[in-house]
Design a protein around this ligand. Structure first.
Ligand SMILES: Nc1nc2c(ncn2[C@@H]2O[C@H](COP(=O)(O)OP(=O)(O)O)[C@@H](O)[C@H]2O)c(=O)[nH]1
Ligand SMILES: [Mg+2]
Length: 294
């Protein structure tokens, strides 16, 4: 039997639905999703295994136009790698977004050895005419690409794309053991779940200024003991994270615990601490410690 395998890299502007799409394909919530831009900071692999295939999806941060911190530069490097090591590129655009990312389009136009699918996402927010116009535009802009109108959120056209992806993949043995669905550890997912709740609870720059690190993870048959630290970049942010009499961090703990229990299927004891790591987004050593290395 012939085996197919390959890297399918998901690329696009912030907030177009890349992580939603990857979670749909993988059938697990391995990449956090919020309505805020720059939710995804790392390159995360989601693996779909079949008897005779292995598709390695890679979710990437949205391309940041004007990087303000070293962290942003690293995030853009994660995207650059995704242009290179792909067997297939899924370029996701929000069909309601009229502003084309010209730089990325030019980059895609220069690619002639990797198949490209342009996924026009969020068709639930558009109408027939809008979809036809968008398909025409993209077919014109990228004649070699295949265009698919989809809705990642409402699972429209996803199964069909999956089959088309499989068709394009090269014959190749699997890259990862067949029982794995990601390259990331449980600790990583727990820190991401907490970061997702931070994005939901706190306003303005707070979610963008923090990093979450899981310091301890001890699992017994019935429960998991977790200790995590939230690193803020300034003292004032630490106070906001904790809130009046600890009210904000308490809420964060409750929300995070619920999702972690769902994800792990076990009872969770979660101990959250807040520390300050001054201006960590511009500190190369700290960025390395926080796994921002392209
Ligand atoms: N209406 C609609 N919203 C969507 C769709 N796909 C994703 N979204 C929403 O778009 C926002 C950004 O999604 P996310 O996956 O985090 O985008 P990313 O930044 O590209 O990874 C979230 O609020 C999603 O629920 C879709 O097909 N239709
Ligand atoms: Mg994302």
């Amino acid at each position: 039997m012939n085996h197919k395998a390959g890297y399918v890299n998901i690329i696009g502007k912030p907030n177009v639905g890349k992580s939603t799409l990857m979670n749909e394909f993988v059938g697990e919530k391995i990449s956090i999703v919020t309505s805020k831009a720059q939710t995804t900071r790392h390159r995360i692999l989601g693996i779909v295994n079949g008897e005779d295939f292995q598709i390695v999806f890679s979710d990437t941060p949205g391309i940041i136009k004007n990087p303000a911190y070293k962290m942003h530069e690293v995030m853009n490097q994660f995207v650059n790698v995704a242009f290179i090591d792909a067997d297939l590129i899924l370029y996701v655009v929000d069909i309601t977004d009229k502003k084309i990312d010209e730089k990325t389009l030019e980059r895609l136009q220069k690619i002639n050895d990797i198949p490209i699918f342009v996924l026009l996402n969020k068709i639930d927010l558009s109408d027939q005419d809008g979809v036809v116009a968008a398909v025409n535009f993209w077919q014109n802009a990228l004649p070699a690409a295949t265009i698919f109108p989809i809705s990642a959120l409402h699972h429209a056209n996803i199964t069909h794309i999956f089959d088309c992806i499989l068709e394009k993949l090269p014959e190749c043995p699997p890259y990862f053991p067949k029982d794995e669905f990601t390259d990331r550890s449980m600790r990583f997912f727990i820190s991401e779940i907490i970061r997702e709740k931070i994005l939901l609870i706190y306003k303005q720059e707070i979610p963008y200024s923090v990093e979450v690190v899981v310091d301890a993870y001890e699992e017994s048959s019935k429960m998991i003991n977790i200790r995590a630290t939230i690193y803020a970049s300034r003292d004032s942010q630490k106070a906001i994270l904790i809130g009046k009499a600890g009210s904000a961090i308490k809420k964060l703990g409750i929300m995070s615990r619920g999702d972690i229990e769902e994800f792990t299927g076990k009872k969770i004891f979660l101990d959250l601490n807040v520390k300050v790591s001054k201006d960590w987004r511009d500190n190369e050593e700290t960025l390395r410690n926080f796994s921002y290395e392209a």
